[in-house]
Design a protein around this ligand. Structure first.
Ligand code: IPD
Length: 254
């Protein structure tokens, strides 16, 4: 069986390099490349993607790249979001992360998520134990919605935002708390670590959740992805600890 330990070491190094850059510029004036009603693209996004690609390509020159800041992908591909939680970062909120996954012939094999402001490094190799800072983590044992904390993804455009707010309203009376965190990858890692219990988002990109999916599944959780596009780069995500009756708790149309 092929193991991906070398790839994991390389992904950790690359995540730390990009994370150091993000931390250095946190709270400083940032260059905005593009802006829409619910999204921001920063110059530092591209700079971090370059840092990550350069580091990974040094170790694995034949692997392809797919990510928020470009790349075409291939049979063996790094799937990268150099800055997940861009709006949080821009507004000075410390909830953001670097996200790196490796997908081989369509199967996600490795996930590495690094939150530089809190120093949390979440990692997992498919089929192995998920880790937070090299310590094993597991999803929560909660089975009842009344005890659960559920994350809603607001998304980056009006339609997914509206769906998110409808869900927020629908589910809030059934659960302990509802949260919108602003970083899908970090939200999924928090479920993996048993801090919180479920995540739903109507429209999200593969690079926002690929690394965290491996971590969540290796921690005992589940993630269901329903693609909206034929290339399966965008779709709906429902993730949870594998125990909650989350499907029943959502509106039939959501
Ligand atoms: C976004 C965040 C956000 C989610 C959006 C993503 P970005 O990623 O993960 O929480 O709701 O769908 O696009 O743009 O900050 O990398």
């Amino acid at each position: 069986m092929i193991d991906y330990n070398h790839e994991m070491e390389s992904a950790k190094r690359a995540a730390h390099l990009a994370g150091d850059m993000l931390r250095k510029h946190f709270g400083k004036e940032l260059i905005v490349d593009a802006r829409s009603a619910h999204d921001i693209k920063l110059k530092i996004d591209k700079q971090c993607q370059q840092i990550i690609c350069d580091a990974l390509a040094t170790d694995f020159p034949d692997y392809c790249f797919l990510g928020e800041e470009g790349g075409k992908g291939g049979e063996i591909e790094w799937i990268i979001d150099p800055l997940d939680g861009t709006v949080n970062y821009y507004y000075g909120l410390p909830l953001f992360c670097v996200s790196i996954a490796l997908r081989v012939h369509g199967v996600l094999q490795l996930g590495c998520v690094y939150a530089p402001m809190t120093g949390e490094l979440y990692t997992a190799l498919r089929g192995k134990q998920a880790m937070l800072n090299e310590q094993p983590i597991h999803v929560s044992p909660r089975r009842q919605m009344a005890q659960a904390i559920v994350f809603i993804g607001h998304g980056t455009h009006d339609r997914s935002g509206e769906a998110g707010i409808r869900r927020f309203a629908h589910i809030s009376s059934q659960v302990c708390k509802v949260r919108i965190l602003g970083s899908a990858a970090l939200s999924l890692c928090y479920i993996a670590a048993g801090k919180l219990d479920a995540y739903v988002e109507q429209s999200i990109h593969l690079w926002d959740f690929a690394a965290a999916q491996v971590i969540l599944e290796s921690a005992g959780g589940r993630l269901e992805f329903t693609p909206h596009t034929s290339d399966a780069l965008t779709g709906a995500v429902l993730a949870y600890n594998g125990l909650l009756p989350i499907h029943e708790a959502l509106e039939p149309s959501s």
